[in-house]
Design a protein around this ligand. Structure first.
Ligand code: PSU
Ligand code: MN
Length: 317
């Protein structure tokens, strides 16, 4: 079964039996990134969160497929031992799309970002991916040119991406402009605004709102039927009781960005530096809220993936 699924890709993919069985049966599968495990939280909180996320996907009615790079292969679904290994091994590199060929060719472990997860999900034939927050256009990008590869990958991978928007460490207005220019549909599920990770609203109105999961499934399929080979972004805000105050976060972000500039932090290191600084400034409150968003988006991602699998089933009858 694994060999048959992998045959579609010249890159070695290692499916867990559960993921392979679900894909073969057309059952809903949600792909998950591993960068959040290796770089998002310290051990052992990261292992506990990764397991909670998998449980949330199951509770939402889908099979979780946590992605990772291991010894020249892409893991499509992780065993409990894999999760433990990725969580506990120090120094696993963050692998975005452009790093994938190098890390796969040289062997060793790698943690997938949103961008590289989309590459892997599409190769594996997984239509849905969930991540708490996507990368985007950074504040000051007009001079730094710091724009996450996640956004570019949205124009290249035919995968539905479920998230709670993006963190306010980014310039969310410019991020929305970028998505518009590159023809990436953004649909807010049951909410008016584009969410801002652990803040429910970014203050920006989402371009589209749909309240019905079956309708979202239809919109996703229609995007692809129109000949588009890219992603559809589906957003859902964190629950009211898990959200944190926007102004408190804003103050911490402004300080963290100034510190990053002073310390000469650049490129891929900026996101992690600022996130850690904000966590320290809000005394762990943001770390807890962060965990809640990760679990929430996994659960919503599973529900939307289940509606999509059902929609495809009806269409193919
Ligand atoms: N945003 C978050 N948490 C994260 C990330 C982004 O709120 O963990 C991670 C994701 O893996 C995302 C990556 O794909 O950072 C984007 O990094 P960069 O900006 O370097 O492209
Ligand atoms: Mn960057």
């Amino acid at each position: 079964m694994t060999a048959q699924l992998g045959a579609r890709s010249p890159v070695p993919l290692v499916f867990t039996d559960e993921v392979a069985a679900a894909l073969t049966a057309g059952d809903p599968v949600v792909a998950l990134e591993s960068n959040v495990i290796t770089h998002g939280l310290p051990y052992p909180d990261n292992a506990a969160t990764a397991r909670k996320v998998e449980q949330a996907v199951r509770a939402g009615g889908a099979v979780p497929a946590t992605l990772g790079i291991d010894d020249g292969r892409i893991l499509v679904g992780m065993t409990d031992e894999d999760i433990e290994r990725f969580a506990a091994t120090p120094g696993i590199p963050k692998v975005s799309s452009r790093d994938l060929p190098v890390v796969l060719a040289s062997g060793g472990m790698g943690a997938t970002t949103v961008a590289s997860s989309l590459v892997a999900a599409e190769l594996a034939g997984i239509a849905f991916f969930a991540s708490a927050g996507i990368g985007g256009v950074h504040r000051g990008a007009e001079t730094s040119m710091d724009i996450s590869s996640d956004l570019i990958q949205f124009t290249r991978s035919k995968v539905a991406v479920v998230c709670a928007g993006a963190k306010k460490i980014l310039d969310l207005g410019l991020t929305m402009e970028f998505l518009e220019t590159y023809c990436v549909p953004v649909i807010s599920y049951g909410f008016d605004d584009f969410p801002a990770f652990y803040c429910r609203s970014s203050g920006l109105r989402a371009p589209h709102r749909l309240d019905d999961a079956a309708l979202i499934a239809r919109a996703v399929e229609t995007h692809w039927q129109l000949g588009n080979d890219g992603a559809v972004l589906l957003t859902s805000p964190t629950r009211e009781e898990d959200a944190i105050d926007g102004e408190e976060v804003e103050a911490a972000i402004v300080r963290a960005l100034a510190d990053a500039e002073r310390d000469g932090v650049r490129g891929g290191a900026v996101t992690k530096y600022v996130m850690r600084a904000v966590d320290r400034a809000t005394e762990g409150k943001s770390a807890r809220a962060n965990m809640a968003v990760v679990v929430h988006t996994a659960e919503v991602g599973a529900r939307l993936a289940a509606a999509h699998a059902e929609y495809r089933r009806q269409e193919n009858r």
